[in-house]
Ligand binder design. Sequence first.
Ligand SMILES: *Cc1c(COP(=O)(O)O)cnc(C)c1O
Length: 736
Amino acid sequence: MHNWDSTIIDKDIYLRDMLAVNSLGTFFGVSQQVLNQVWAELTAPAGNSLIYVSMEIGADLDVFHPVKSRLEYLGITDSPDPLIDAFVKKVIRGPQKIPNYSGGLGVLAGDTLKSFAACKIPVVAISLLYKKGYFSQLVDSRLGQVAWATEWEPHNTPGLYLLKNPLYPDRALEIEIPFFDDKDHPISTYAQVWMKMEINESLDFFVPELLLDYSIPSSPEWIRKSADQLYDSSSERVRATQRRMLGAGILHLAELLGISSKTLHLNEQHGVVVILHRIADQLLNTLGQDFQTIATDQDIYNAAAQVAQNIVYTIHTPVAAGHDRFSTSIYAGLSHTFCRRLLDLLARDKDNPNVYNFTSLAMKVNRSTNSVSRLHRNVTKQQFPEHADKITAITNGVHHLTWISFAKAEVFDSFPEFHNWQSDPGVFANAGKLLTNKKFRSYLEQAWAHDTKKLMDFVNAMLVRHRQQIHETWIEPPNFLSFLDDKERNLDPAVFTIGFARRFSTYKRADLIFENIDTLAEIILARNQPVNFLFSGKAHPSDEPGKSVIKLILDSQDELYHKSKGLGRLVFIPNYDMQIAKLMVAGVHVWLNNPKRPLEASGTSGMKAAMNGIPNISIMDGWWAEGYHNGATGWKFGFEAPILPGDLREDHDALLYAEDSASFYRLFPELLDTFYNKEKRSIYIDKCIMNLALNVPIFNTHRMVAEYLQKYGISLSGPIEKNIRKFRKLYQSDAE
Ligand SMILES: *Cc1c(COP(=O)(O)O)cnc(C)c1O
């Protein structure tokens, strides 16, 4: 996978060059020169860099970890230098999870930052560090989902560093964040700062992710508690506090570290409070110290218009739960009166004057708003007609180096048509030339079989483990297969396997294809062809309907198994994360996506499958409306009519279960036929290859960040700009 030669390297010298020091700490993985260069770009007076703001970042090390890969490739396991040795051991043995994400939004943020790093774009990300991450999911067949606090150790996690105070190097850096009580008295609130380095594949650039950690003794107890868990929604106050912890910390942190970025990219509106602080700064500049008392409403609107010049906003969903609204009274205990005046002018909900609507604030104050697919752009314009002019589409992507399996990567490495695929996902357009190449087809099938076996080994071991753990955990195994004997229980990699995994929000309709189990079982029985259904995903702990969908899936297992005489096996894999995602999107035979159109703004898991050549079977929603290519890459089913305002409803009656499941049942026999029928099998492999040819060049984050860069107003050096231009040519999201 790599272009350099391991034999000519002196390992000690090489390792010393992986160590870099500045006044904030000692870092491992990049050279001093790289650290200096990145920091110089982020702090240069011209402000020619970007701050990327996100409530969550998903970038687990077990799916992408270039430093570890490099050490493994070089066969390095230790060093004579004790300091370096400790770093090496931590990289190799340390925990490989950073549970600061809940789903697609966070994973997209991580993938985006990785592509920024690959393309050497000066970006710093700001997010929060949650002491208990996002909840861990246990699944009990009687109870359904059980939420469990996640244990993790930032200190021991490789690539994560607690920044030091440059003035007192034995202390952690602490920054003060402005919180105020209802009498405008400051509430002393502090955060320490962790840095995760998002280092690129060639270890010659990185994007720092700065994670504010409020769980320190100098912050009040209620703030510390609010910092425990991502998307804690135990009360409106906690939810609002979390948003403020992110938004109010950004400018202070940037200032303290000398980060000069002018442009801010809001990945969803969670951190939008930063806009209020930018407006206050602007008023201070124009009106002086007394701005709070002398500013007129018009002054504030003018300042907002100025600030808007440097804000780029990505809206990720048409679903109401994704948009923050807080009652105005909650805000009285968190922020300064002046902040509330800004909210009164810029964020009042148009349907309810007692509510601040953060989406409405983000929509108003920006230079560019983008949705995450073409269809979502059209829906967003309908939802926000007053801003329709500035709403464009930048379709999401995924980071190809993260999601392509090792076995598939080896196949791509061995065909000159894919030369340089690691740094240029556009190369995959050449896959079309290999459509009739027997060697390629057979290599691809072998790699795939390898990935399927790996997935099945994982699932089969899990089924046994669940049974063995009963006495220890008192958890009733989620899959009754756990109780069958070895021969009966084990999933067979030769069996057609459908994968479905994502958050269990109701609009994603995880239970859609089990709407009529009799019909599903009849189809399977009639053809006498076995099918595995692998499902995984978490429901937010306070999402009762989402949790009941999980329970429904569990309750369908037995029925499907018996009605199909053991041919249909439905397995639920608990505690979905990036590692399980990677196993699934590389190992199944088809990826199922059945949201209620048009509520899935984009969806990205199907893109991960496409990266591995796996066809999708999907509702024509989100990215699939762009990735379907008239069936060359997979199958479509379900409701497809033009979108009307009523289509945004989420109540059960509006979710079209009967219509869309019937459509699936009509298509399902064809799917089985293409997989199992020897004469049709080649059609199936054609679709796999066409996924590589048509979808990888489009739905990758290199192309996506290239499109974003057009919105930022950052000027890039010649070679970097040239590279970006190449990716931008791959696709124009906003066309049509
Ligand atoms: C990709 C990914 C998602 C997003 O899946 P969608 O189909 O876009 O909803 C969620 N969770 C994890 C762990 C992922 O890797």
